[in-house]
Design a binder for this molecule. Sequence first.
Ligand code: ASP
Length: 343
Amino acid sequence: MSPHLLSVDSLSRDSVDHLLRVAARMEPIASRRQVTRVLEGAVLGNLFFEASTRTRVSFNAAFCRLGGSVCDTTGFTFSSMAKGESLYDTSRVMSGYCDAIVMRHPEQGSVAEFAAATHVPVINGGDGPGEHPSQALLDLYTIDKEFTRLGKSLAGAHILLTGDLKYGRTVHSLIKLLSLYDPMRLTLVAPPGLEMPSHLIDLVASRGHRVELRDSLASDFSDLDVVYTTRIQKERFTEEMSENFAGLSQDFTVDRTFLDARCSDTTIVMHPLPRDSRPGANDLNVDLNGDPRLAIFRQTDNGIPVRMAIFATLLRVDDQIERDLRPVRWFVPERVGVDDAHF
Ligand code: ASP
């Protein structure tokens, strides 16, 4: 595996399988039954120049759960980039302070530019509309866990990706990651103008997967295994797009009616979150809360073991995790959410 995690392009099927196996071994620590200090003394630099809740906090928590400490900075205003500092200088400076760096930045390619100036492992926490590889890994880990529970297999699965497939970086990384596996059926449904970039469709098709493009959710999806829905990335729209975007008047909402009428009892619903819960947002509806098919919070929980696995692998302690495990001493509820499924 490359010293950095910048894009799914650097991952082979073997390295992904390894990361998922390490993540599974992290579960007792991530679910607060065991404690490890395998990264004791190590410092993470968490640099977020774009809005984030899940990615920033879960990378932070994952590093802490391995026994490390975290230095955080958010937004341009409070960083020296506001004084005109280059990515090269910032990278070299931060590398002198930290053992690993996670960075999110609004420009595609910026995290790779930052990583080119350092030997310290850098993880892309999202570069504009580019990629979000750690999200794709936790998405794949979630699909794998849910399929194991349901007795399904990834080979031949039917997966629907819907929403903003043009600017949604999580689906860009996820489709590349899925393409490393045995042939499956991928249906892509996007509002006109927000379709998946053609080079990604070509890549997946060239690896033997069946790809279907549609512009509406009004079809029979009774054989669907996963519906992965995404938020319209309005923050990436030009002014002209925001004013004239007719595609948004169509309904792309995934809700209980859609799931009950068109899908099945074993279709799982995923979303990278945040979901836009405002009326008319064309996003995942809150009326699915409490439905066991809604996997979004199991998905966010899976961010911890997967991000722990990424750190452990990049910092080469993945063979030492079990060495100093001990039970936790504090109170941990059996389930963390009030609507969590009982399985
Ligand atoms: N949290 C995800 C991302 O950073 C998805 C989103 O913002 O819609 O890409």
